[in-house]
Write a protein that binds this ligand. Structure first.
Ligand code: ATP
Length: 319
């Protein structure tokens, strides 16, 4: 089977033990391993695909814990390096009673930000059939250069490039800088997935209409996806576009839904990319991806709630 390589940050989210409180009000926190690219890697593996994660962790107890989580979930961690001086990144995250997500990051700098070009496992990148990345690794040097180099090597080796910008505005110096940098690598990707919120942010609109999404279209793209939470997703290729509904579930925590959606998609594209030219096949695939996203919202945390194939099939058959 083909290999998916997912590049970027892996960190620990600390989430309150009770829901609906501010960070200051939280009586205690639970560790929730995450980082979108790491979630995607585990999503692929849980669905039976071959996947490697490439990134840097602190040479500390949390870093070693995260690497073990990758391995325990069947993800190749041979591309993971450890920084002797910097800590594994932490993020304190809460969903307040008013529905707003509140973040507090400990990255001053954290190990993930210190990955260098020289530390990249190029052999691993060259083996990738699909190479996936976000935008958080673009924010600061030296990781930014490592990210750009990794993309270049993957592209040269003929991999399909998949990009989920995963906007985390508080990490950027300004909104303008975030927009500019996120769009600076737009043209290199074959597949891009944005959420409705990211679409609005990147286009400076408050609409997810087709003509707005089309502003993010490039001739270099094979597929543009907009995820719409419980409403499913929209897809755009050069020949066709449309939307696919999701499944009714009891939503508990949406963390990781987008990553499950992407992992499901990439796990299929690594075997067969004909859906990029075949609308019927693409719609079937997106139905599966929606099911995987939907299941991920039914339990707390990202990694514990990522589905296996039979869970996804069950939800699809029930509908
Ligand atoms: P996150 O950043 O929380 O990981 P995201 O904003 O990138 O997620 P979403 O649009 O929330 O992505 O979710 C991705 C996909 O998961 C959706 O396209 C949809 O198919 C599915 N999904 C998410 N929430 C729900 C829900 N409440 N009910 C059904 N399906 C859902």
């Amino acid at each position: 089977a083909g290999l998916v390589v997912s590049f970027g940050e892996m960190l620990i989210d600390f989430v309150p033990t009770v829901s609906g409180v501010s960070l200051a009000e939280a009586p205690g926190f639970l560790k929730a391993p995450g980082g979108a690219p790491a979630n995607v890697a585990i999503a692929v593996a849980r669905l039976g695909g071959r996947c490697a994660f490439l990134g840097k962790l602190g040479d500390d107890e949390f870093g070693r814990m995260l690497a073990a989580i990758l391995r325990d979930n069947g993800v190749d961690d041979s591309g993971v390096t450890f920084d002797a001086g910097a800590r594994t990144a932490l993020a304190f995250v809460t969903l307040r009673a008013d529905g707003e997500r509140e973040f507090m990051f400990y990255r001053n700098p954290s190990a993930d930000m210190l990955l260098t070009e020289a530390e990249l496992n190029l052999d691993l990148i060259r083996k990738a059939k699909v190479f996936h990345y976000g935008s958080i690794s673009l924010i600061t040097e030296p990781c930014r250069s490592a990210h750009l180099k990794a993309m270049e090597v993957a592209k040269e080796a003929g991999a399909l490039l998949s990009y989920d910008p995963n906007l985390r505005l508080p990490l950027w110096p300004s909104a303008a800088e975030a927009r500019e940098q996120i769009l600076s690598i737009w043209d290199a990707a074959d597949i891009i997935k944005v959420s409705d919120v990211e679409l609005e942010f990147l286009t400076g609109t408050d609409s997810v209409e087709d003509e707005v999404a089309m502003r993010l279209w490039r001739p270099s793209l094979k597929l543009l996806l907009v995820t719409l939470g419980e409403k499913g997703c929209k897809y755009y290729t050069k020949d066709f576009h449309g939307s696919v509904e999701s499944f009714a579930v009891k939503q508990v925590d949406t963390t990781g839904a987008g990553d499950a959606f992407v992992g499901a998609l990439l796990g299929k594209f690594v075997e067969d990319q004909s859906a990029l030219q075949d609308e019927k096949k693409l719609r079937e695939l997106l139905r599966f991806s929606n099911a995987c996203g939907a299941i991920t919202t039914t339990k707390k945390g990202a990694i514990p709630s990522l589905p296996n194939v039979s869970e996804a099939m069950q939800l699809m058959e029930r509908a």
